[in-house]
Design a protein around this ligand. Structure first.
Ligand code: HEC
Ligand code: HEC
Length: 289
């Protein structure tokens, strides 16, 4: 009996030792994978300089970028969880990365999910922004280049060993850059309140990242978030009508009287889309059953 227990004890110790070795090497592999450079040639995009294009770019930026990089684009602390680490959304103005970013660097970052050295972003949702047409990406970049400088610095990202192990074990899913088709073409869709244009906007704003691929409800990447409700055609939201839907995205209050938490459901940013754009998203949601 004693011998038997001893043998079990030894096997448990051996297993424990083995898992420490496995976790350790997974952490190192995760670290290496995150820090490796990915030699992707950014696509050629024309960056305009006229004021109409810059104004159009500002509209894209207020909807897509301010939620994390701040209303003045000087950045913000995105995540600071002791067990996992800290990540900041950097300062995009000419006092921040704008100081050294060339046109190709903006394209590489926004469309391909990589910094100028080819290192992958972990949080920045380029898997959504990859859908920006060449024209719209050009407008957005033109606007970012025109920003006034705002002095503000942030610490560089810092992940704990535990988060490296979790990343390597697949608990965090793929990196944004690994979800992107780096070769695809990017024509500009026709602007109208049609499902096709709505799908374009839903891709950019990432509705399905949270509400699920067919909008039937899902889990937000933000661990603190409540569940993301069903917003497909058959859901409560699917019966609000286009007018009602536009009002909810503008006010954050549903016809049922529920106040949507803007920390988890980015209605303040998405509600800045114009009427045609919000109606287009509603038309697209009506096609998801
Ligand atoms: C969900 C939050 C979020 C949104 C929305 C977001 N970003 Fe970011 N961004 C980040 C974070 C966090 C980083 C730091 C890199 C990482 O994710 O590991 C980053 C990094 C960047 C960088 C890289 C700077 C460098 O160090 O080289 C650029 C450029 C950038 N973002 C531009 C944008 C633009 C333009 C938009 C809007 C189209 C945008 N971001 C929207 C969170 C966000
Ligand atoms: C970062 C995750 C996230 C993204 C992106 C997101 N949502 Fe949400 N959404 C949520 C969460 C979480 C809630 C629930 C909020 C609450 O309970 O306060 C919600 C609630 C809603 C509701 C209210 C539904 C109801 O019946 O009460 C609607 C409508 C909605 N979202 C539409 C959209 C649309 C359209 C998009 C894209 C333009 C979008 N959301 C993008 C997370 C998200």
């Amino acid at each position: 009996m004693k011998k038997f227990i001893k043998r079990i004890g030894i096997s448990i110790l051996a297993l424990l030792g083995l898992s420490i070795v496995v976790a350790g090497s997974m952490g190192l592999m995760g670290q290496r994978d995150l820090n490796k450079t990915r030699p992707i040639q950014p696509q050629q995009v024309n960056i305009p300089t006229d004021s109409a294009s810059i104004a159009a770019g500002q509209r894209w930026a207020t909807v897509l970028c301010t939620g994390c990089h701040g209303e003045n684009y000087a950045g913000s602390k995105f995540m600071d969880v002791p067990a996992l680490g800290m990540v900041c959304a950097p300062n995009l103005t000419p006092a921040g990365v704008g100081q050294y970013y060339r046109d190709a660097d903006w394209v590489r970052a926004i469309r391909h999910g990589l910094n100028p050295q080819g290192k992958a972003f972990v949080i920045m949702p380029s898997e959504n922004f990859q859908y920006l047409s060449d024209e719209h990406l050009g407008q957005l970049t033109a606007y970012l280049k025109s920003l006034p400088p705002v002095e503000q610095t942030w610490p560089s990202r810092n992940f704990t060993f535990l988060s490296m192990v979790m990343y390597q074990a697949g608990a965090m899913g793929l990196l944004p850059t690994d979800k992107i088709d780096h070769q695809s073409q990017h024509p500009t869709p026709v602007k109208a309140d049609t499902p096709a244009y709505g799908q374009y906007l839903a891709n950019l704003t990432g509705c399905n990242m949270c509400h699920g691929t067919n909008m039937k409800g899902g889990t937000s990447p933000d661990v603190e978030s409540p569940p993301c409700p069903d917003i497909s055609a058959g859901s409560a939201a699917g019966r609000w009508g286009a007018e009602g839907f536009v009002r909810v995205l503008r006010t954050g209050i549903t016809p049922q009287g529920k106040e949507l938490n803007s920390k988890f459901m980015p209605w303040r940013e998405h509600g800045r889309l114009d009427d045609v754009q919000l109606r287009a998203i509603y038309a697209y949601l009506q096609t998801s059953k």
